[in-house]
Design a binder for this molecule. Sequence first.
Ligand SMILES: Nc1ncnc2c1ncn2[C@@H]1O[C@H](COP(=O)(O)OP(=O)(O)OP(=O)(O)O)[C@@H](O)[C@H]1O
Length: 742
Amino acid sequence: MDEHVWELETERLEQMAQQIKREMEKLGKVVEHRQSEALEIRRNFWDEVTVNTSDYTEIAETAASIRQQQAILSEQERHYQQAEQGLKKLAKLEVAPYFARVDFAEEGMSKEEIYIGIGSFVDEDTHALLIYDWRAPISSLFYDFTPGPAQYQTPIGEIKGQLSLKRQFLIKQGKLENMFDTGIQIGDEMLQMMLAKNAHEKMSHIVTSIQQEQNQIIRDEEHDILIVQGAAGSGKTSVALQRVAYLLYRFRNSLRSDNMVLFSPNSIFNDYVSNVLPELGEANLLQTTFQEHIEQQFEKVVQVEDNYDQLEYLLGVKESDPNYKIRLKGIEWKTSLSFMKRVDDYAEQLTKEGMLFHPFVLRERVLISEEQMQTIFYEQLAQEAWLPTRVSRLQQWIVAELQKWERRIQKRFYRKLRENPRYMGTESEMKTQSEQRATRIFDPLRRQANQLDFLNVVGMYQRFFTAPHLPSDYAAVGLHTIDRLSAGQMFFEDATPYMYLKQRMIGMDTINQIRHVIIDEAQDYSPFQLEYIRKLFPRAKFTILGDLNQGIFYANRQSYEQIEGLFVDQQVGIRKMMKSYRSTAEIVNFTRSILNKPEPIEAIGRHGEQPRIQQVAAEELPRFVAECVLSLGAAGAESIAIVCKTMEEAKQAFIALEYQLEQPIHLITKDTLEFKTGVTVIPAYLAKGLEFDGVIIYNAGRAIYEHDEDRKLLYTACTRALHFLRVFHSGERSPLLPTTEG
Ligand SMILES: Nc1ncnc2c1ncn2[C@@H]1O[C@H](COP(=O)(O)OP(=O)(O)OP(=O)(O)O)[C@@H](O)[C@H]1O
């Protein structure tokens, strides 16, 4: 780089740093002032309120006065928070004000120098935009174009012109460390520097090196439903989070972070990605897992298996269990949309017959029987065609009936007190006491009515698996399901159909404030689950990201056409990302050939050592793996994962390795909430979405990864590696592994 240019840029950076500093000082004072004003209002809150409770008018005036004072306080606190937010943003800019510059001349106008950073910065005196937010329309020039003719979209149309310079800066602690002028894609050199780094405990943002194909997904506004098929390490999660930041900026007047929800594969992953948005100066969006949703719905109803236990069963038990094939057939069926249709038909039929209710019982005495409820439901309320309305009318009837019973029982208590010669209370005490006793006794019954617990949904779901609802070729699946339910337990694959059946009865409990749903690792959701989620968020747009090659859950096999089919009458866009940024070219080549049908996945990363496969005797595995951990550590790997197939294998490996290694190692289980780097033992399915400098496959012997169903799991495990991949196996090696290492 020309020395003169370097000097000019250094000078400009210094000026900018001064300006930011000055602005921070000014804003710091504003923050202090606003904070002390808010504190003052809080301290003197009651002095400003006129409290008078002598009559109703005075009470109302007192309430109005409190409300007014509250409003003043909230307004002041909001001002304070706004200023503080601004100060935090400036503090980020102080460290690295910008990361790129483009020189652009709009048609018929003179050239402008556009500096791009994580946030914008305006000169307070001249109102000139000194730094543009990376999400501003003009900033897309940096991501989408090389020098030459270029254009960008704005809300009022397209702007065309000439891009004459594209420059990237590496600024650390306010100092210019490096800069590159890029003629081609976003800076090969800069990108390579980013990719050569080690994995972190928390995922980082990628705004300084977003690639063109990624930028198009991040900024897509055309589609209500955006489906992304991306190879392992192609940046799906990164793109999803950067897209959230973009949408929050673009629609800042109508969209807040709590209007968006991210469905992620597990809680460790939630922790792993939790820093990206705050790093970009945005509040985190809501994060959840489908499992969490299930758990909320199943409180105390029945003990429901979780997705990991289902997977452990399928991975571990296999043919040794006589019910394995029946279970697999059941899963295939219960996760399909045709099964959903069956549930719909069943719910429809329940309007005519078959509703089951739990009676209302008080001390072994039936107050409202199941038969009574059935009669009301099918005779008195028969004209109500829509099931949820009919259920709600029945509920009203039950509440009224309970009230009658309560009054009767209350009278009985009262009589008893009256007739008790030893009772010394007054008339009004007798009334209050009998009333309180009846209320206490009826509280649980009222709750049963209010929470619709009188619907015997488990019973009805169970009956769904008996003739005539059951196709004859699913008789064994039906029996197997009924057995489980009779034991007070439920298979994971029954959880979503059960929730759906319940929602069909009581009306879908939709979540309307959510305007955008992001589903990561979407390949692991069944069509039934996705349709259920779609119905749950009727006002939301969707970004659905996945990799069909990493589908590890045994669900009905998913296809993007199938997902597309769920969203009729909506603008659906499908995009692909086939470049892998995570792993070295050698690892990408290796993992690509694990796939059944090798895909044109392109390695963008740097070069590194060839993955190694080594056979060792079973009893020697812990020793060899421990030695490998040490050698990878010595080669620079800070985070190392020993990936096992199941939790069972992971637990055994952990015990053996703890004995072999002096350094601390972590075992990740489905209950782990926090992701830590260092040395980790983890089952492959929990490693979803995570990455490590070095990955060691604990045992890829034929006995462990033999079948075609294990292929995607092995692929997922190996693609977690950034720089090193070592595969051990005892006995014959898995036929799913490539025959050559490179
Ligand atoms: N444009 C980019 N610049 C720098 N790093 C990038 C870029 N895109 C992706 N990465 C890095 O590549 C790695 C993989 O990204 P990410 O986890 O988002 O991929 P993914 O497609 O979700 O992966 P997987 O499906 O395998 O879990 C991350 O370390 C991410 O920071």
